[in-house]
Ligand binder design. Structure first.
Ligand SMILES: [Cu+2]
Length: 320
């Protein structure tokens, strides 16, 4: 079982992360995981109609690449700030215990930076740019997720799921907003889920072509990270109940049978949902603050026997 877990983790990591190589996965030694990202200031589609904005990104996507390691692994991280960019950028991994003035310092356009940290705590963590103005850098798309799987693997307290999805909620501000107005929240325009307004909601957006899928009765695990700069997310699975919730994704922090869960800015939660086994159903995973929900933070989960076998599996956690 344990070796199955490691093999699956290795496959997941290799397929999910563009620039990643794994060290030896020996039974008694933690792995070294090399992660390399390039900061790119590029035009990115921010809705399902394909409308683009000039955004600042890790590797050209919002969120950036999913990083997945095992508790105890050493992450060897390199960041390159593309010479074509107009701003300094940085990388703050919330899964790291380091020096904010050293590892997380600014990198000028054309320069690179390398640092390492050991992933000591299991869970789901945000990573983000910390350069001034942090509000602008984060809300322009400079964030992503690192999952640190527990060293002991799955257990009664943290059972193996049938599907896994990553959902990251972020902000969209009006084009041309000043750093001051962004920080104050004056020009908030919409909520982004994995980089797009109503990304996985064909009910509210006829242009939406993607939804999460599962089969009836499956255990669906949501790795949720709130990348909003000011607002807590009130996460609720409409027509469902969170079977289990792990605060910060740590198997020790378990809650049962919750309806709505507050997720602070720059925090993460792992939440399991089990749709009824005896019939096809749908859930809408929302930020129940109506401003956010009606602004784009609704994700449809379709539970039916013909669910795509690749969705939420084999490293396919972030649907793009
Ligand atoms: Cu930045």
């Amino acid at each position: 079982m344990k070796s199955d877990y490691r093999l699956r983790k290795a496959i997941t990591a290799l397929t999910a992360i563009a620039s990643l190589t794994l060290g030896l996965l020996s039974s008694s030694h933690a792995a070294e995981v090399t992660v390399a990202m390039t900061v790119k200031e590029v035009n990115v589609a921010i809705n399902n109609a394909g409308e683009t904005r000039n955004m600042w990104t890790y590797d050209g996507t919002i969120p950036g690449p999913l990083v997945r390691v095992r508790q105890g692994d050493v992450v060897k991280f390199s960041m390159h700030n593309d010479a074509a960019n107009g701003n300094s950028h940085s990388m703050d991994f919330h899964a790291a215990r380091v020096d904010v003035l050293d590892e997380f310092s600014d990198v000028s356009p054309g320069d690179s930076k390398h640092y390492e940290f050991r992933a000591d705590y299991p869970g789901v963590f945000i990573y983000h740019c910390g350069s001034e103005s942090m509000a602008e850098h984060i809300s322009r798309g400079m964030y992503g997720v690192i999952i640190v799987d527990p060293a002991e693997g799955y257990s009664d307290a943290y059972p193996e799921p049938d599907r896994e999805y990553v959902l990251v909620q972020g902000d969209l501000f009006e084009e041309g907003s000043s750093a001051h107005d962004i920080t104050a929240g004056n020009t908030w325009e919409a909520a982004l889920i994995n980089g797009k307004v109503f990304h996985y909601d064909p009910v509210h957006d006829p242009n939406a072509s993607l939804a999460l899928e599962a089969k009836p009765g499956e255990r669906v695990r949501i790795f949720f990270v709130n990348a909003s700069i000011n607002d807590t997310a009130a996460l609720h699975p409409i027509a469902g109940i969170w079977d289990r919730v792990w605060d910060n994704g740590n198997p020790k922090n378990i809650s049962h049978g919750l309806q709505t869960v507050n997720v602070a800015p720059a925090h993460g939660m792992v939440l399991d949902l089990i749709p009824p086994a005896d019939r096809p159903t749908n859930n809408a995973i929302v930020d129940h603050r109506m401003k956010a929900a009606m602004g784009g933070a609704i994700t449809v989960l379709m539970n039916h026997e013909d669910a795509d076998p690749e969705k939420g599996r084999n490293g396919n956690l972030i649907l793009r």
